[in-house]
Ligand binder design. Structure first.
Ligand SMILES: [Zn+2]
Length: 308
């Protein structure tokens, strides 16, 4: 039997696990709910059970390790999850060592957005490059930086907080203490807030705003304006990233990518206008391809990276 690693994606809603070989073939996959309402021990027991199930299926001898992607900051030295709003019960709990002891297998923790960037590099839109940036556009904005094939962590693992880049000096206030953060102007939440401000409706989803923009009529013009603001904000952020990194590839992921045709022209024009590097190099700004599977695949890739 071939070597493989197990990736786990621990989200606030879903708990997923997959056994994947070094070539990226998925040997087995499990999916369940993250039963947070039944307590931390229940969730850990579910993680351990899912890893054991896959290990029994694929062979204990060939298992190279386990990677776990978690929504939250990771204290890499201690193997803690710190300050995750989705997983409060895990705050400062030694998750890595706890799972590792229960299984007798090495475990690596990684932030979910970093894992997603790694997944895209390994099996997704970034397969042909070693350096990329992934921006995840959801209720907030996060992402990851892959440099020379590895996650760039920074001093304590807080690199890649793209959502809190300033894109408007006097823009909307953000919970982080800043004003004009990217995620206050380009996330799904920001789209909904802007729609409310422009009196398009009170309880809209980002998808509703997208549909209004496509429908025509006076409301459509205001909804389209929201996506232009989103594109402009993303363009400013991406122009800065292109200037800083000179990477060949910048990926965007998340549900709001459905509105690509509405925000991308403004975004690309803004990058073109603001980045000398972009104008003079072959820099690609593209959609990520793995969707919500990216973090799971990236988690499974972590043990192989240790061997490399
Ligand atoms: Zn902020």
């Amino acid at each position: 039997m071939q070597p493989y690693a197990i990736g786990v994606d621990l989200g606030g809603t879903n708990l997923r696990a997959a056994a994947i070989d070094p070539q990226g073939n998925v040997l087995g996959k499990l999916r369940g709910d993250t039963r947070l309402d039944e307590g931390r021990d229940r969730v850990i027991a579910d993680i351990v059970t899912s890893i054991r199930t896959l290990r029994d299926q694929c062979g204990a001898q060939q298992l190279r390790g386990v990677g776990v992607a978690v929504a939250g900051f990771i204290d890499l030295d201690r193997g803690f999850v710190v300050g995750s709003s989705n997983l409060r019960a895990f705050d400062r709990f030694p998750l890595r060592d706890d799972i590792s002891q229960k299984l007798g297998t090495p475990v690596i923790l990684e932030n979910d957005a970093n894992a997603a960037a790694l997944g895209e590099k390994w099996l997704g839109a970034g397969r042909d490059v070693n350096d990329l940036v992934l921006l995840t556009l959801g209720t907030g904005i996060g992402g990851g930086i892959i440099s020379a094939g590895r996650v760039l962590h920074g001093a304590v693992g807080m690199a890649g907080e793209f959502g809190h880049m300033t894109v408007a000096p006097f823009g909307n206030p953000c919970g982080c203490g800043n004003t004009g953060c990217l995620e206050k102007h380009a996330s799904a939440t920001a789209i909904i807030s802007m729609a409310r401000l422009l009196q398009l409706g009170e309880d809209l989803t980002a998808e509703d705003v997208y549909k209004i923009a496509l429908a025509g009529g006076p409301d459509a013009a205001r909804a389209q304006h929201i996506f232009r603001i989103m594109g402009e904000s993303l363009g400013i952020a991406l122009a800065n990233l292109v200037n800083i990194f000179n990477f060949p590839l910048y990926l965007l992921s998340g549900g709001v990518l459905a509105a690509w045709d509405l925000f991308a022209p403004t975004m690309l024009a803004e990058i073109q206008r603001r980045s000398f590097t972009y104008r003079n190099t072959k820099t690609r700004i593209e959609k990520a391809t793995l969707g919500s599977e990216a973090g799971l695949y990236g988690a499974a890739y972590l043990p192989f990276l240790l061997e490399a």
